[in-house]
Design a binder for this molecule. Structure first.
Ligand SMILES: Cc1ncc(COP(=O)(O)O)c(C=O)c1O
Length: 174
């Protein structure tokens, strides 16, 4: 796992929940905008071995800084790693011709998280996770039990894509 020192605190909480802890990951120094330094990133990803996740961000909480996805994406692909983007508010920059350049290259990631309850000003809690690889997503989340009905062939069962079973369709209205 490679992550910038200025990632949002909730990203470190997620690592804590996963049992990885805050310090068993490679934390990279950042610039004055809280963005990962590309030479340090290139160096770190060249050295890692085995399955690797990189977490970059679109919109650093204090500065609004965007990691340099155009530089990061090719290095991630070359290493066969997975790039996740924390775009809680900044991912929406892609919808604006004025600021979309800030997130140039972000489309090359493997997964993205963003919130409606930030830039879009929707009520809490409208968070979205977007995944390029459906099977990986499904394999990570599927919960099976004898008392749960199986989805029919070809039918999408929403519980196979979220960590909780008793979960209303919170994202649906937005
Ligand atoms: C960059 C970033 N990531 C993650 C979060 C956490 O979002 P939430 O509170 O919706 O879980 C925030 C909240 O401000 C944020 O700015």
């Amino acid at each position: 796992m490679i992550i910038g020192d200025d990632a949002h605190t909730t990203v470190f909480s997620a690592l804590q929940f996963l049992g990885l802890g805050h310090d068993r990951v490679i934390r990279l120094k950042t610039d004055d905008q809280g963005c990962m330094l590309i030479p340090a990133f290139a160096d770190a990803i060249a050295k890692v071995r085995g399955p690797t996740i990189v977490i970059a961000q679109a919109g650093q909480i204090n500065t609004g800084g965007f990691d340099k996805f155009s530089d990061i994406v090719p290095l991630v692909k070359q290493a066969g790693a997975w790039l996740h983007v924390d775009g809680a508010f900044g991912l929406w920059a892609r919808t604006s011709s004025k600021v979309s350049h800030l997130a140039a290259g972000v489309d090359g990631a493997d997964s993205w998280a963003t919130d409606g309850h930030k830039w879009l000003q929707t009520p809490y809690d409208s968070g979205y996770a977007i995944m390029r690889h459906e099977l990986a997503h499904r394999c990570a989340m599927t919960i099976a039990a004898s008392y749960l009905p199986m989805a029919a062939e070809g039918e999408r069962d929403p519980t196979h894509y979220v960590p909780e079973l008793s979960h209303r369709a919170r994202g649906f209205p937005t």
